[in-house]
Ligand binder design. Structure first.
Ligand code: ZN
Length: 149
């Protein structure tokens, strides 16, 4: 009985986030123009945007794939997060990004639930999205990004 009461109480105080979809999958690559060629010439997808994100020390290329996207990430600095990722793990899937309605309340909710965050508050990501990363140690080894418009 006591545990039911506790559950009901905590359930009420925590707002429930809504993840709409996988916004994109981030893939770390060594050479962006070679990677774009593979996606365009072999996979027959069209790169619709290239953007440098100084804050994350990356250059990104985007491909729309149905309702989601692929974000290729090339490091602009060997000491940046993607540079270090490639150095230790090689090229490959770097992160998964979920679209949420309200990133501020989602990050707050995660913090209330005890989830370790890399970003305590949203920052500016590619495509003018507000983004925040969760720590991979708190997300079963998958670097997870939340983003919203
Ligand atoms: Zn991303």
């Amino acid at each position: 009985m006591a545990s039911e009461t506790t559950f009901a109480t905590s359930f009420k105080t925590i707002t429930v986030m809504k993840i709409d979809r996988i916004e994109h999958i981030g893939i770390a690559v060594k050479n962006l123009s070679e990677a774009i060629r593979f996606y365009e010439d072999i996979l027959n997808l069209k790169c619709y945007g290239i953007e440098e994100i100084a804050d994350q020390k990356v250059r990104t290329a985007f491909f729309q794939v149905g309702g989601t996207k692929v974000e290729l990430l090339e490091s602009t600095d060997p000491e940046g997060p993607v540079g270090r990722f490639i150095d230790s793990k090689g090229e490959g899937i770097h992160h998964i990004a979920f679209a949420v309605d309200d990133i501020v309340s989602s990050l707050n909710e995660l913090r209330e639930k005890g989830v370790r965050l890399i970003d305590q508050a949203p920052r500016k990501g590619a495509e003018d999205l507000k983004i925040g990363f969760l720590h991979p140690k708190a997300t079963l080894g998958v670097l997870t990004e939340f983003c919203s418009k």
